[in-house]
Design a protein around this ligand. Sequence first.
Ligand code: MN
Ligand code: MN
Length: 461
Amino acid sequence: MKRPNAWNDYTDAQLEELEALSADYRAFISVNKTEREWCAAGVELARRAGYLSLDDCVRDGRTLKAGDRVFATSHNKTLMLVELGSEPLSRGLNILGAHTDSPRLDIKQVPLEETDGIAYLDTHYYGGIKKYQWLTLPLALHGVVCKKDGTTVDVCIGENEFDPVFCVSDLLPHLGSEQMDKKASEFIPGEALDVIVGNRPLKLDADDKSEPVRAQVMQLLAQQLDIDEEDLLSAELEVVPAGPARDLGLDRSMILGYGHDDRSCSYPCLKAQLAVKAPRRTAVTLLVDKEEIGSVGATGMTSTFFEDTIAEICALAGEGDALSLRRCLRNSRVLSCDVCAAFDPAYASVYEKKNAAFMGHGLSFMKYTGARGKSGSNDTDAEFVAEVRRIMDAAGVHFQTCELGKVDAGGGGTIAYILARYTMDVIDCGVPVISMHSPWEVISKADLYEAYRAYQAFLND
Ligand code: MN
Ligand code: MN
């Protein structure tokens, strides 16, 4: 079963559209590197496209009807966009679900320390990373510091070309003979992922024994951000690779960027949702947080945000009874949009080739994910797979199918099983990624474009 290479089939007009989408995507992920930044940027795009705040609609007792567009957010991290269709909500929704959090280093609550004249911010890594990949890279600091007076200071240092950056050090090879014998998993302990933030002492009084480099760093933070050290207790600061996403390859066919997992899906979801026009079934895009640590917490997929938001919308649309909500959820269908492992010839032994996704061959559908005998997987019905094939073929979308590597090679999960609890049809699909969960991941522009086309086709079906 050969799936054609998408690049061979494009018209000039499609290539132009593909490059425009890729450029927009590159710019968007270069600026928006945290779930908070995604939520804020998503709200801005939604408002410009005529989306109203659901909270405002509820407050004003506004009635919702076909064609109305509303958005809801949760804790400034999770975002949901809804365009009401001409059919009653109880007939079900067409849902695109993706996540906007990515693996990174989070700054600890009490982070600042000075050791032998170097000041560090101590971190606790977030998500599944190979820790050694984070050494010696230019790093940026994104996030918020929340103060007791209720104000929030936005932080973004390391992205502007004139900004300083940060890094985690590594040992020079000349002195690394013992280190080089270590297993990759033990190469650098998590506790040693300390980010260098300063080396210049503040001139203290001669009798002051305190740490002068640390004092200098704290003074700079106080001056630049108007915060004191106690304020770091209520901060969420994320250390991410500094700098923009770039075209990859002489042929510029790929993009090297931070957070393709899962932004190479979230972005086309968002764009497809904004492009929907007068759908029959209500169109929903759900961009959630915390997928990389198990979809837990108030902003993860396992929270009641999704169900609560749908209940509010049903009520404003005149379908506020309990049974209509249950029907709406049960009759819905979902593309759970999350990246998959692209076949990498350099590591061919962990893939089973006929069930692997290849870069440039389009959006990849995964009937099941999981590990060790499909454990933890939402194994989609064959009936729904057939329905999705119909939609994709009718729209001329390039798609492929895959598993996450060879049987028992490892495994992973997505948000699919959580939505499937409502008895709705859910299938995983996503953009194939090389070097997934590394600081700089690789995708094909063709696959990004096919994801966009596929998501539009699904929402409009
Ligand atoms: Mn993911
Ligand atoms: Mn992931």
